[in-house]
Design a protein around this ligand. Sequence first.
Ligand code: S6P
Ligand code: ZN
Length: 187
Amino acid sequence: MPTTNLMTPFGTDIDLAEGAMNDPDRHLIRRPSDMKGYYQDEDALQKLIDDGDAVHYEVFEKDVPEKYGHVLFCISSLQPGRVGDECFMTKGHYHTILETAEVYLCLRGTGFMAMKSPDGRSVLEPMTRNRLVYVPPCWAHRSINTGDEPLVSFCAYQGDAGHNYGDIAEQGFPQRVFIRDGKTVIQ
Ligand code: S6P
Ligand code: ZN
């Protein structure tokens, strides 16, 4: 058991009703201009960029070392809206250390966790408040917001897992999610 360089424990406040981390150390923002190539309707995405490039999604984290043995955790908040009629979504990623899992506890909003595996399988798991989605090792994962309020989750995963955006920009996920005539359409 090492007795030097031990990290000091800490606590932090998370507002579970709002889905907000009150005192984050890191704040990642992605905008429509970061999402080129991910949506079907490129003209609609360009319009969002031209119309102010508003925040698309955000990640709030505490400063936990990105090392094996630690557990990274964050609040991920995806805005509601459509690109054309395709629901707002995160880029999605594999973990760089592929065989690392992740848990997502949905705190607010409505949507899906889209997951795809290297052997060609695809799963869309519903996300609603209080529902936990387990992303097993090796599955790429992406949040999709089908509702009218932010889709907010608490996520936790192995410290050194890393993010690999790999083939997703070119190949996407097998299923896209749209709202047409007020109904959710999966294609
Ligand atoms: C990290 C975890 C989330 C995502 C966040 C943004 O493993 O899955 O924190 O990073 O939802 O998504 P993306 O695909 O842009 O990294
Ligand atoms: Zn992840």
